[in-house]
Design a protein around this ligand. Structure first.
Ligand code: NDP
Length: 399
């Protein structure tokens, strides 16, 4: 028997809850908690009250509140699909109650858009000593992209040298401007300076200033921009043979124009301002007026293509492969009522959780995805809705 407590009831959670609910062989009892309990109730209704046993309101910024909830539910594992701001409080509560932990995004302080694993890696000894495991970044990117890299290193290469992760959303949601996951987290991420790894050091670029037009499988050519993404940090640490590691994401012209205007007038700032006698954070206000990413699912057409180009040596010869998944927005809506960005995050969270609960991926400590055997995870991607393909490329990825 395995009991999970899912924290957060937004777009990604809706997929995690429904996928876990459909797999009683891994998740025999499911509990759900979030800030707004009505969102949990709605999800409980959609997934079935026989599968989601009970729902709770919780403030996941508050460790004592989390501890008392976890002690009440007594789960084997907490799946954190709230926001990155809550990672450390939920990890603290898991340590205090003796429960395993999983998330999909690295910790960020609310008052500083800083993306690094240092805060969570600092929990390594505490989790080890407690005999508990924390699995970090079990979404798509980070998550599946880390596992693709580990799979390539295991099966296709003797040594990997160049890594380019590419993330294309070729979908159309019909809105003038919207983000596909939490707007606050998304805008903080894409407005930061670009960063990539080359010859043993991080190199910086101005935000979204480096562009390549890349051809995505079953989508076509899209403008792609170099940005920093958190999996680069763990991948260059765990694959020290990498000479260069970069991340690219597609943005349309209309999206970038909106973003530049919003930035230009200060709406993406995280510095609080005084407004009608109270302090407000412009980006939090912007989030409140933008569409809820979950609401984009209906009528969303087109596909995503997220994958990993890897160049390295096999038997002394250089070669390049591309591993990727295409995910169709409308098919995700038909299956679980979600759009593909929530789906591609929620399914890997469910898979990571299933492998932990079964003991296939279980060792005390704090781990990134590439530190486990990629094979069972890759098998489950094919089985549970995110099938992948591998091709050998004629030439390396754009230099
Ligand atoms: P949403 O904003 O849709 O959902 C977040 C949920 O967390 C909401 O239900 C929210 O409550 C709840 N929440 C926020 N603060 C608290 C709190 N203090 N206490 C309790 N609950 C809280 O976000 P998404 O579903 O889009 O994203 C979820 C996570 O997935 C994020 O960490 C995001 O970074 C990550 N992600 C990872 C990806 C990957 O590939 N690895 C890709 C996309 C997202 P309320 O409803 O009251 O606001």
């Amino acid at each position: 028997m395995s009991r999970v407590l899912i924290i957060g009831a937004g777009g990604v959670s809706s997929v995690v809850v429904k996928k876990c609910a459909s797999l009683p062989q891994y998740f025999s009892e499911i509990y759900l908690a979030s800030r707004t309990v009505s969102k949990c109730e709605k999800l409980q209704q959609e997934a079935g009250a026989d599968r989601v046993k009970e729902v709770f309101a919780v403030d996941a910024d508050n460790v004592p509140e989390l501890v008392s909830l976890i002690n009440k539910v007594k789960p084997d594992l907490v799946i954190n699909v709230a926001l990155p701001y809550q990672d450390l409080t939920i990890m603290d509560a898991c340590l205090e109650t003796g429960v395993h932990y999983l998330d999909t995004a690295n910790y960020e302080p609310k008052d500083e858009a800083k993306f690094e694993y240092s805060w969570q890696w600092a929990y390594q000894d505490k989790f080890k000593q407690a005999g508990l495991m924390a699995l970090l970044g079990s979404g798509f990117d980070p998550g599946v992209t880390n596992v693709y890299t580990a799979y390539a290193a295991k099966h296709y290469f003797d040594e990997i040298h160049y890594l380019d992760i590419v993330d294309c959303n070729g979908g159309d949601h019909g809105q003038a401007f919207a983000t596909n996951f939490n707007p606050e987290i998304n805008i903080r991420e894409i407005t930061q300076r670009g960063r990539f790894w080359e010859n043993g050091e991080w190199k910086e670029t101005d935000p979204l200033s480096v562009r390549e037009d890349l051809d995505y499988q079953n989508i076509g050519v899209r403008a792609s921009y170099l940005m920093f993404h958190e999996e680069l940090e763990s991948l260059v640490k765990h694959f020290p043979t990498l000479k260069r590691a970069r991340f690219w994401m597609t943005f349309g012209d209309a999206y970038l124009t909106h973003l530049r205007v919003l930035e230009g007038i200060g709406m993406t700032s995280i510095e609080p301002i005084e407004f009608q006698g109270q302090q407000i954070v412009p980006l939090e206000f912007l989030k409140a007026v933008l569409p809820d990413p979950g609401s984009l699912a209906e009528g969303y057409t087109g596909k995503t293509c997220i994958g990993t180009y890897i160049t390295g040596l096999k038997d002394g010869k250089e070669k390049t492969i591309f591993i990727w998944n295409n995910c169709d927005h409308a098919a995700c809506h038909d299956e679980v009522g979600a759009q593909a960005v929530s789906y591609t995050t929620g399914v890997p969270a469910m898979i990571g959780a299933s492998l932990m609960l079964e003991g296939q991926w279980m060792k005390p400590g704090v781990w990134n995805m590439e530190q486990f055997d990629p094979d069972p995870f890759m098998e489950r991607l094919n089985q549970y809705g995110l099938p992948w393909q591998v091709i050998e490329c004629d030439s390396p990825f754009a230099k």
